[in-house]
Design a protein around this ligand. Structure first.
Ligand SMILES: Cc1cc2nc3c(=O)[nH]c(=O)nc-3n(C[C@H](O)[C@H](O)[C@H](O)COP(=O)(O)OP(=O)(O)OC[C@H]3O[C@@H](n4cnc5c(N)ncnc54)[C@H](O)[C@@H]3O)c2cc1C
Ligand SMILES: *[C@@H]1O[C@H](CO)[C@@H](O)[C@H](O)[C@H]1NC(C)=O
Ligand SMILES: *[C@@H]1O[C@H](CO)[C@@H](O)[C@H](O)[C@H]1NC(C)=O
Ligand code: FES
Length: 591
């Protein structure tokens, strides 16, 4: 891979990004305490999931718990090569880089992709499925999605043979949670002041909390959420609608207890008072903070047509929404409004359960603005082959009910479609209404603008995730909103680092995926306002790479059945290089 940059057909442009001179750094020492302020909490202690703190067991492997074996000859691998090798009952990923061998867990802790099929570049391996990156020297997670790192195993070379030694437990687990501090603040649980308050327990909020603990922060952290659940895997909601909330949890309850991360469920923040550093919850409970992270994500848009209040019309935001839709859709007629990612995933999932599935969309083809006309059409065909009916270039004018329950969806085209359940996936707006009077800037669309350090206009107040616009380093620091699962993780981490004055900047390359009928589409870059799409491979067969270009630059890439091309491009973009001109070196053999 390293040799690719030297191919003569490639034009590469190097982007030099100078650190912005911005507001002074935010200070919050790893051990320092926020000033203790008396604010009596009020009746909400029942919401706290962290009442006691348990030590987490960290068993140290004894020699009999380890396996050691020769796994190959030193010449079996070239530099820059990876291989999966057997060890005991398990497997490890063996990597040769700069003449040195590294042995790591072989499965991505996110969804279990085989990392040997990923991309090795600049001392890290990038997952072929959704782009997570791991440092080959440490196994540490360096880019998202996912929360855990890889185990790193001992390697030694003897008589030209490569030996790997690993604990059996590590081989079995295939994931490693980074070492984290625990909360030592005596106030945990009931008082009304906290050091770090995180509004939103989604991807950004959770990663912020975990990063603080990983970096040794041992004061009080409170996460709050509208949900009834601990943080969960939101992208699964629309891909696997009948998954139960417990199976969606990103971390078990014991985890939050062990590390003293308090989660306030069903706790809606209604006002933020930045002058007194205090937030107010809907039930009147107040909480002071030293540092605040705003990570409220977005709220789904709903229909505003006649009959919008009838029963059995849903947006998909929570496990309850998703579970209810499947229950009601079994054997019935479903109409999905909106042919974007969410709507199309739901439509695909329901084809096997429902009697009929129809999709209503304003545009001519699904995903058009994101993926372009040709890719959209190819995907549409896949849906049609699976009995999904499309009503394009029209919208819903009325929802008709019988005894209060949805019966028919009437379209602007005056067509009437039978429907027992309707799922609305027409986009989302930032859930920032509660900030309107706060003095924290919002842009005209309601997003919270932040700088590269995820700082808002108010010192000590950070924001991350779907609710922000931020400067995208490799697109000339254009202020953008990128509502991806991976991006929310990355921004949550940067916010935490800056709360600890580590001066981190957001530089991750956007990476997105969607899954329909067992096929995954992967996407990296930022393709808004692309002016051309170059397709390689076979669209009909759904085995293709699509390069989205603006001028002569590739600004985004999508692919299906062509791994790990998207991860490769993400690595090029992450290295500060831009892809221009001839792309054959990326898709060609041996590159
Ligand atoms: C169904 C679905 C499928 C998706 N699939 C994918 C996918 O396949 N790939 C992908 O990259 N992205 C996907 N996304 C997008 C992805 O989930 C988001 O980008 C990501 O969750 C954003 O993280 P966040 O932390 O900003 O916000 P969220 O994860 O939305 O979390 C927001 C949190 O804030 C809380 N909150 C909001 N307002 C308040 C308030 N006033 N007081 C207290 N708490 C509040 C909420 O309860 C929630 O806990 C999907 C989104 C949905 C809805
Ligand atoms: C991997 O980790 C090592 C040790 O912490 C560090 O020196 C190196 O820079 C990291 N590599 C990458 C690619 O981040
Ligand atoms: C507790 O909150 C309720 C409103 O939910 C309020 O009426 C009451 O006065 C509060 N009590 C204290 C001690 O703050
Ligand atoms: S499986 Fe590796 S990033 Fe998702």
């Amino acid at each position: 891979w390293g040799g690719c940059a030297a191919l003569p057909t490639v034009e590469l442009k190097i982007e030099v990004v100078l650190p912005e001179k911005e507001r002074g750094k935010e200070e919050l020492s790893a051990s320092g305490k926020g000033s203790p302020r008396a604010y009596q909490g009020n009746g909400t202690a029942r919401h706290f999931h962290t009442e006691e703190r348990l030590p987490t067991p960290h068993p140290y492997p004894s020699p009999q718990d380890c396996v050691e074996a020769a796994v190959c000859h030193v010449k079996d691998l070239e530099n820059g090569q990876m291989r999966e090798v057997e060890l005991g009952w398990g497997k490890v990923l063996l990597v040769k880089d700069n003449g040195e061998f590294h042995a790591l867990g072989h499965k991505c802790p996110h969804y279990g992709a085989p990392l040997v099929k990923g991309v090795l570049s600049r001392g890290r391996v990038r997952c072929p499925w959704h782009g997570a990156c791991f440092n080959i020297s440490t196994g540490d997670l360096e880019d998202f999605p996912g929360l855990d790192s890889l185990h790193k195993f001992q390697v030694k070379i003897e008589k030209e043979k490569v030996y790997v030694r690993a604990s059996k437990q590590a081989l079995q687990l295939q994931r490693r949670t980074k070492v984290m501090a625990k909360c030592i603040s005596p106030s945990a649980g009931y008082s009304g002041s906290t050091n770090v308050l995180i509004v939103g327990a989604g991807a950004a909020g959770l990663v912020c909390a975990e990063t603080l603990r990983q970096e040794g922060f041992s004061d009080r952290i409170v996460l709050c959420t509208l949900d009834r659940h601990l943080p969960y895997d939101r992208p699964k909601l629309s891909k696997s609608l009948d998954t139960q909330p417990e199976q969606l949890a990103l971390r078990p309850k014991e985890f939050f207890r062990a590390y003293g991360i308090e989660v306030l469920t069903e706790a809606q923040v209604v006002t933020v008072d930045v002058r007194n550093k205090k937030v107010v919850f809907k039930d009147g409970f107040k909480l002071e903070y030293s540092k605040l992270l705003l990570a409220p994500g977005s709220s789904p848009k709903t229909l505003s047509c006649k009959g919008k209040e009838v029963e059995n019309v849903f947006t998909i935001r929570t496990p309850e929404d998703a579970n209810r839709v499947v229950r009601l859709a079994r054997g019935r007629n479903v109409v999905v409004v909106g042919a974007g990612f969410l709507g199309m995933e739901v439509a695909a999932y329901l084809t096997e359960k429902a009697h009929s599935v129809s999709v209503v969309e304003l545009e001519e083809t699904p995903f058009r603005r994101f993926l372009g006309e040709r890719v959209g059409r190819a995907l549409m065909k896949m849906f049609e082959n699976n009995r999904v009916k499309f009503y394009m270039q029209t919208e819903v004018s009325e929802l008709r009910a019988q005894e209060g329950k949805l019966k028919e969806v009437v379209l602007k085209s005056s067509k009437v479609v039978r429907a027992d359940v309707c799922v609305v996936g027409i986009g989302a707006v930032p859930a920032t209404g509660f900030l309107k009077q706060s003095g924290i800037s919002l842009d005209s669309r309601g997003f919270i603008p932040v700088n590269k350090m995820m700082q808002t206009n108010v010192p000590g107040v950070f924001a991350a995730g779907d609710a922000v616009t931020f400067p995208l380093a490799w697109r000339n620091n254009r202020k953008v909103n990128i509502p991806h699962w991976q991006m929310a993780h990355a921004q949550g981490r940067v916010a935490a680092q800056n709360m600890l004055a580590q001066e981190a900047e957001i530089s991750t390359v956007p990476y997105l995926w969607t899954a329909m009928f067992g096929k995954s589409l992967r996407y990296t870059g930022y393709g808004e306002s692309f002016d051309d799409v170059i397709i390689q491979g076979d669209l009909e067969e759904l085995k293709f790479v699509a390069f989205y270009t603006k001028g002569d630059e590739v600004i985004a890439v999508a692919s299906m059945n062509y791994d790990p091309i998207v991860s490769k491009v993400a690595e090029v973009l992450a290295s500060g290089l831009w892809v221009t001109g001839d792309m054959s070196w990326l898709t060609g053999k041996g590159s």
